[in-house]
Structure formats: C-alpha cells, structure tokens
Design a binder for this molecule. Structure first.
Ligand code: NAD
Length: 267
C-alpha cells in the first residue's frame, strides 16, 4: 500500500484528491493537513470530502500529517508549497505538486530540493492537457513563424493566479518549439494605441467567471486560415486522478524534478 498525505485537504482539489485516493487500488490516505486555524481541523478527511469516513483527522502540522505517509500531494499555493517541499526534503518524503503560479525563482527553489527527493511538479495533471502540450509542440514546429500565436484561458472567479499555470506552460512549449524565449515574447496586455502586433509575441489573455473548471485555447492564426487547439475540463476529478497516478509513478524514482510528461511517457 502506498500511503498518501494530502495538504490543502479541505480545498476544492483536496476533497477530490482524497476521493480519488479512496477509489484507487493500492493507495490509502495516510494524512490530511490544512492551514492553522482552519474551521475543519479535527474533522475526518474522508467524511469532509464526501467519500465516507477514512479515520484520518485533518491536522495543521505537516510533520504530523506525514508521519504515516510515503508521499505528499500538495495543491495549495506557491508560498505554502515552498515551505512544504523543504519539510519533505528534510524528512525524505516524495512530493507531487499541483499548486500553480510559481515564479521562475520559486521553481528553481523547488528544483534545489529535488536534489534530495523525487519531486513531481505539473501545472495540470490531466491526460488531455498533457496530450495537448505534445500536439502544440508539433503544430508550432509544422506552422513555424508564418502563424501568429495567441492563448486564451478561462477559469472560475475564485482563481488567484493569472494567467493559469497551464496557459504559461502552453506558451513555453510553443515558444520553445519556435526557438523563442517565452519570458521575452509573452504579451499580457494590449490597451489603447499599443501598435501593431509583433511577429514573435505570444498573446496571453485571461477570462474569469462563475464556476468554469478550466478551458484553454491556443490559436495559430495565419493568412486566410486558423487552427485552434482547445482543452475543456468538465470536472476537477481528472486532475485528482492524474495526481494519484503521479504519486504512484513516483515510487522508486531517483531524486529529481519530474512532470506529467514523464508519468505519461510523452517525453
Ligand atoms: P482552494 O483554495 O480551494 O484550496 C487550497 C487549500 O489550501 C485551502 O483549503 C487552504 O485552506 C489550504 N491552505 C492554504 N494555506 C495552507 C497552509 N499553510 N497549510 C495547509 N493548507 C493550506 O484552491 P484549489 O482550487 O483547490 O486550488 C489549489 C491549487 O491547485 C491552486 O494553485 C490551483 O491553481 C491548483 N490547481 C492545479 C491543478 C493541476 O492539475 N495541477 C488543477 C486544479 C487546480
């Protein structure tokens, strides 16, 4: 049995992940952690997630939550995850990170800890989105500089980071395939007399509203034709199942940084 702890246990993703752990073969919930002061501390994590009691109470100490766990799944926020990955490295526990919104410096900090433990970090754990990353690379290589690239993402009105980690990764994949530096060509803002579009830029647009789980479209816009590659998430469950699959895949891996492309054999 692989024993999995979940941090952010009372969150939107935390509940779905706990349910996915219960439904998966060969895994069990080993710990559930929330932020100090959270109203659900002490509650049974399974009951709160809606999948029935699992006899794991939600605690506010990561060290305590990891006592009976081999691997941590963390869907919180970058500042929280940075502290958690340091604790995992100290205790020799693997970690699957779903939090999004890391700066390049924060990602480098995570990679530093990955010298001691296996770390899987993916802004999107769905099989479909990861297939899209591969399709985008091929499309960009085929279409080249003759097509303008624009990325539009839609999410619910509670999302804190923008653009989404998935949209950023899509931009990075396309920029890499076109021999460009994403950080130099991403354009997040057009307003007023901003001038003509440059050939190299990749436009990044964000829509927020209601309960949209997540939608991403990459437009390749040429003269007289347009290709759109779209992924629509209908529920959070496939992210949760992806995270559980990642936690299983991580067992026995050497210390290092991995992502879903490794898990799915798409590299
Ligand atoms: P949420 O706000 O519903 O849940 C986050 C949880 O983390 C909350 O319950 C919060 O109390 C808890 N938390 C905050 N600080 C903490 C701390 N110090 N210690 C322990 N717990 C703490 O958010 P969500 O919609 O579940 O999303 C969480 C993260 O996952 C976001 O970064 C989101 O973008 C990301 N996400 C990633 C994927 C993916 O596939 N990688 C998919 C969906 C969401």
């Amino acid at each position: 049995m692989i024993r999995v702890a979940v941090v952010g246990a009372a969150g939107r993703m935390g509940g779905r992940i706990i349910t996915a752990i219960k439904e998966a073969e060969g895994l069990e919930l080993g710990g559930a952690i929330e932020r100090p002061g959270h109203a659900m501390l002490g509650q049974d994590a399974g009951s709160l997630a809606g999948c029935g009691p699992l006899e794991v109470a939600i605690v506010d100490s990561l060290e305590e939550g990891l006592k009976s766990a081999d691997v941590l799944i963390d869907f919180t926020f970058p500042e929280v995850t940075l502290k958690n990955v340091a604790v995992c490295a100290r205790l020799g526990k693997m970690i699957v990170i779903g939090s999004t919104g890391f700066t390049p410096e924060q990602r480098a900090e995570v990679a530093g800890h990955a010298r001691k433990i296996p770390v899987l970090l993916a802004p999107n754990m769905s099989v479909g989105v990861n297939a899209c990353f591969k399709l985008l690379k091929e499309a960009a290589q085929i279409l080249g500089d003759g097509f303008d690239v624009e990325i539009v993402e839609l999410h619910h009105n509670k999302k804190k980071d923008s653009p989404s980690g998935t949209a950023v990764r899509m931009g990075e994949v396309v920029a890499d395939a076109l021999g460009r530096d994403y950080n130099k060509v991403a354009n997040f803002h057009r307003e007023g007399m901003c001038g003509e579009r440059s050939k190299e830029e990749i436009g990044m647009q964000t829509v927020r509203g209601g309960d949209i789980v997540g939608e991403h479209t990459v437009y390749f816009i040429g003269m007289g034709e347009r290709i759109e590659i779209t992924h629509r998430a209908m529920s959070r469950d496939m992210f949760a199942r992806g995270a559980v699959r990642a936690a299983t895949w991580l067992q026995g891996q050497a210390p290092g940084m991995y992502d879903m492309q490794d898990v799915l054999g798409l590299r």
